[in-house]
Design a protein around this ligand. Structure first.
Ligand code: PMP
Ligand code: GLN
Length: 386
């Protein structure tokens, strides 16, 4: 019988595909999968078009074009004070997703335990399992979703090889603070852990909150692979240009896996992204401001509908507790939501290994035009008048 390998069969289908397909099938407003409905900035788009027209269409070097690697290094220094050698400490990947996959495949051996904080971005656990590693979950608890330092310390043991951290955090929108980062560094040192730090929302923070990269925390620089993506900072999620940075030994391990995954990433986008990293700070600041306004529009609307709303400090996503409206299972709620109200959202519980603590929580994307958010809120009004 032809069928999937056991390696992938047990992983099922990613919730983002399920929910986007549900939205397309039902005509629901899609506040599920997080992607913006505007592209920007014009200079970035023009440069990719020009690169294609100029014939820049064959394989780039495996590590990425020297131009983009240099721009990533300049970005890390200008924004975060991190000094990197673009030839040895930076690689370009096919989105942050490939950087995560290659980091896990390049650094985790079968049987290694990997700490993951749940709810998590779903590819972390899928990749740890594909690599033969053992994901060890530690739960972030509502409503604050702060780092449970004691539980992380208790979950770490002799077989723990790595921890995957995501700040600003999808789906909760929490941003790790200084005390949390210092505590994390202590645990990573005590257990000699590799830290895989997904920082794709590094610039999309609100209310004056600032993201601090893990690699800037004493004790973490020499053990952290930092991952980010042009998709988020420049609203081009479909381009799939990401990167991994860190000490040469760790980046070499990521590259050792990446060469067998895609070998190299889309050439005409690389020069364009290099330009944006150097020149599009104003666009990024404007994007964060717009997202803050959209966050408030969505959160105020969700509150008016009757949900308990957890207003995020960053990212594309707000979380609600659905119990005040008489529901208690987020997955069931999200599957019925197109029919109940013509909207699609994402349940937290599928982003957990232990679904129980995530059951009443649902994630809503606000990286959408204000009129789309308004329409979703009008439709969700049907829930309060049931
Ligand atoms: N990490 C997180 C936390 C995300 O939300 C996303 C969403 N796209 C990714 C990684 C993947 O990024 P990319 O599209 O660049 O692969
Ligand atoms: N990062 C986006 C989200 O969390 C997109 C996920 C995806 O398409 N894999 O919704």
């Amino acid at each position: 019988m032809v069928g999937p390998s056991s390696r992938v069969a047990s992983l099922g289908t990613t919730i983002f595909a399920e929910m986007s397909a549900l939205a397309a099938r039902t005509g629901a407003v899609n506040l599920g999968q997080g992607f913006p409905d505007t592209s920007g900035p014009a200079g970035l788009l023009d440069r990719a078009r020009d690169a294609i027209a100029a014939g820049d269409n064959q394989y780039a070097p495996g590590r990425g074009t020297p131009e983009l690697r240099a721009a990533i290094a300049r970005h890390q220094e200008r924004h975060h004070g991190l000094v990197l050698d673009p030839d040895r400490e930076v690689i370009v990947t096919t989105g942050a997703t490939e950087a995560i996959a290659a980091a896990v495949l390049g650094l985790i051996d079968p049987g290694d335990e990997v700490l993951v904080l749940e709810p998590f971005y779903d590819s972390y656990v899928a990749m740890v399992q594909m690599a033969g590693g053992v994901p060890v979950p530690v739960t972030l608890r509502a409503p604050e979703f702060r780092l449970p330092v004691d539980e992380i310390r208790a979950a770490a043991g002799p077989r723990t090889r790595a921890i995957i951290v995501n700040t600003p955090h999808n789906p909760t929108g929490a941003v790790l603070g200084g005390d949390e980062l210092v505590a994390l560094a202590a645990i990573a040192q005590e257990h000699d852990l590799v830290v895989i730090s997904d920082e794709v929302y590094e610039h999309l923070t609100f209310d004056g909150v600032r993201h601090r990269p893990l690699a800037t925390v004493p004790g973490l620089a020499d053990r952290t692979v930092t991952i980010s993506s042009a998709g988020k900072s420049f609203s081009v999620t479909g381009w799939k240009v990401g990167w991994a940075t860190g000490p040469a030994g760790l980046v070499d391990a990521v590259m050792a896996a990446k060469q067998w995954l895609t070998y190299t990433s889309g050439t005409p986008f690389q020069g364009a992204v290099a330009w944006a990293l150097d020149h599009a700070d104003d666009f990024v600041a404007g994007l964060a401001r717009d997202l803050q306004t959209q966050r408030d529009l969505l959160c105020d609307g969700l509150e008016a509908v009757g949900f308990d709303v957890i207003r995020p400090a960053a990212t594309y996503f707000a979380t609600t507790d659905i119990r005040p409206l008489g529901f208690d299972d987020g997955l069931d709620f999200c599957r019925r939501l197109p029919e109940l109200a013509g909207v699609v959202a994402v349940p937290h519980q599928v982003l957990h290994l232990d679904p129980e603590p995530g059951r009443p929580f649902v994630r809503w994307a606000f990286c959408k035009k204000p009129e789309v958010i308004d329409e979703a809120i009008i439709r969700l009004g049907r829930l309060s008048s049931r």
